[in-house]
Design a protein around this ligand. Structure first.
Ligand code: FAD
Length: 566
């Protein structure tokens, strides 16, 4: 069973998410409930159109280059003969933005349709505000760690924070990045069309509630995802919340239950505990952080969970969560994940539902082009080309980002968009998802690329090759020790016969930055025997990876297919 609470297995063909896919909890509905009900969702469900006075929203740009919309609603079925745009992107999240910028660079006349605010999940309700909160939690941890400060010879009287000022920091950062994103597209001549996009037929999209139709030679769906809330959980946005609400930091509860111990849950546990909350994790699988490489997961538990004000229940489902009201706390009813017998009832101040993300593909008009979603995700091939209900490719239609479920990460969405633009401008390109890194921005951070050790061993057994493991500790790194941050491990999973990197996992200071040497090596096909010759500045954390590659024992001393220049 694929769980919404874990990193799904890494396979280029199976939809994969690092920010966990739609739940398959036993009681989960076929359609997600209690999802974010923003202007966009309102429009998707046929309510009133967007409030154009909203200052965040962008207006229909009357670009000098853009022709007037031409086709009419009556010609839905047939493909148009001429087009308003070379490329039309539905959804201005990071995926759509990345595709739009690359399309302009390639000389394509490009428009992007956005039904809510530019920037999508990452900028407004995801990566950006969460990293702003994590920047605060990191500083708070340092200032509260007397032992650590004394070791550096520092003394500090007391650390404190202003909740509203912290919330403002996150909100201000999101709005700054949103403005940057909007301006970058406008300045390059991307037309930003405001309204909900509905596909009417081949190469035709209706924008907003009016009957305006835009035609394009190629269309990219980049409509993203929304929080998934399992059946039985009542979200009130105050005491039972999703990440959308949590990022606003309207309260810092004394005791918060976090349902789901994937990336999002783990990052929020870092924020809440640094700000003084007590956390209880509720996890359906038998272990916390089930998607991580098990060895890294164990270390992460020892450092990020055990010494903090965090307890947990594993192997349990939250079947019913009732928000606090009339002086009563939030009530969480738990059943045993295997036996389905009642296990416990918790009474807490708040509950954060971090049980995964559901693709946002509702109301997109997929039925007009005979595309059937799979658990809401749009089926695509390895080139992000949309596959219809009969298993055939839909000409000129692509889907990128969270909506296809291949790898629910911001940079994956953007990379898929760039890959599609490469294809429509005449260069075949297949993105290697095994080279895309992922990171969890806790303190310290966790990062990874490629396969976990169990996944690598399974593949090795099937394909008949040997797997070796190399490890280095941050304790042997001068820079980490200078920072008094020696707690950390880097792990390399590789083929000793030819030096191919199968996976790299890092837990430690700046792990999210360090992973790129490994991910670029995988993307470029660089083998360990060549990486061993690369030079790293001393003293830097990058020497953790230098040591890692140098300690690997590769039998064959042939160079990589494309050897690195060192
Ligand atoms: C709390 C949290 C933290 C995260 N942290 C990270 C992180 O640190 N790093 C990372 O890589 N990823 C992170 N993610 C995941 C990341 O946010 C997503 O993977 C990424 O935003 C997906 O981009 P996208 O372009 O596919 O979709 P989205 O960003 O969701 O954008 C889709 C856009 O399409 C619009 N839209 C939808 N339907 C229509 C329609 N029919 N017509 C017009 N517009 C439409 C939506 O309004 C939205 O603006 C995080 C997510 C969360 C929730």
């Amino acid at each position: 069973m694929q769980s919404s609470l874990s990193l799904p297995t890494l396979s280029p063909t199976i939809p994969r998410s690092n920010y966990v896919v739609q739940s398959t909890l036993p009681l989960a509905p076929s359609k997600p409930i209690n999802l974010r009900f923003c202007g966009l969702r309102r429009e998707a469900l046929g309510f009133s159109s967007l409030n154009q006075s909203d200052s965040h929203r962008v207006r229909l740009v009357a670009s000098s280059r853009s022709k007037k919309v031409s086709a009419s609603l009556s010609d839905n079925g047939s493909a148009p003969k001429s087009f308003d745009y070379d490329l039309l992107i539905i959804g201005a999240g990071v995926g759509g933005h990345g595709a739009a910028l690359h399309a302009v660079e390639k000389g394509l006349k490009t428009a992007i349709v956005e039904g809510d605010v530019v920037g999508g999940t990452c900028v407004n309700r995801g990566c950006v505000p969460s990293k702003a909160l994590l920047a605060v939690s990191g500083r708070m941890r340092e200032l509260q760690n007397d032992h650590h400060l004394r070791a550096l010879g520092l003394q500090i009287s007391a650390a404190g924070y202003d909740r509203q000022a912290v919330a403002d920091h996150a909100n201000n950062l999101a709005s700054k990045i949103r403005t940057n994103l909007t301006n970058s597209m406008k300045s390059l001549g991307v037309d930003i069309l405001t309204g909900f996009g509905t596909i009417l037929g081949p190469q035709k999209v209706k924008v907003g509630a009016s009957d305006k139709v835009v035609t394009a030679k190629n269309i990219i769906i980049a409509t993203g995802s929304v929080p998934f809330v399992p059946k039985g959980i009542e979200v009130d946005g105050k005491t039972v919340i999703t990440s959308d609400h949590a990022l606003k930091l309207e309260t810092v509860p004394d005791w918060i239950a976090i349902v789901g111990s994937g990336y999002i849950g783990l990052e929020f546990s870092d924020v809440y505990t640094a700000l003084g909350s007590e956390v209880t994790f509720i996890e359906a699988l038998d272990q916390l952080m089930p998607g991580f490489d098990p060895e890294i997961g164990k270390l992460a538990q020892r450092v990020l969970i055990n010494p903090r004000r965090i307890d947990y229940q594993t192997g349990v489902f939250a079947t019913k969560i009732t928000p606090a009201k009339d002086g009563k706390p939030v009530i969480i009813e738990l059943i045993d994940a295997k036996t389905k017998e009642p296990r416990d009832t918790l009474e807490v101040d708040a509950a954060l539902i971090a049980t995964g993300r559901a693709p946002f593909t509702h109301g997109l008009g997929l039925e007009n082009i005979d595309v059937a979603t799979q658990r809401g995700f749009i089926p695509v091939d390895e080139r992000m080309r949309v596959i219809d209900a009969n298993g055939k490719l839909v000409p000129h239609l692509f889907c990128i980002g969270d909506a296809n479920g291949k790898m629910m990460l911001a940079h994956a969405a953007s990379a898929q968009g760039i890959s599609v633009v490469e294809q429509v401008t005449g260069r075949d390109h297949v993105l290697n998802h095994l080279s895309i890194p992922a990171a969890c921005f806790t303190h310290p951070e966790i990062s990874m690329v490629g396969l976990t050790e169990p996944q690598a061993r399974e593949k090795a057994e099937k394909e008949g090759f040997e797997v070796s493991i190399a490890k280095t500790s941050f304790k042997a790194n001068t820079k980490a020790l200078a920072e008094n941050e020696g707690e950390g491990l880097a792990k390399l999973i590789y083929r000793p016969d030819n030096g191919e990197i199968l996976g790299v996992h890092i837990f430690g200071l700046h792990a999210a930055d360090l992973i790129h040497e490994a991910s670029n090596a995988i993307a470029l096909g660089t083998r360990i025997q060549d990486l061993k010759l690369a030079v790293h500045a001393h003293p830097t954390l990058s020497e953790v990876l230098d040591e890692l590659f140098k300690s690997a024992k590769v039998k064959e001393h042939v160079s990589s297919p494309q050897a690195v220049a060192v």
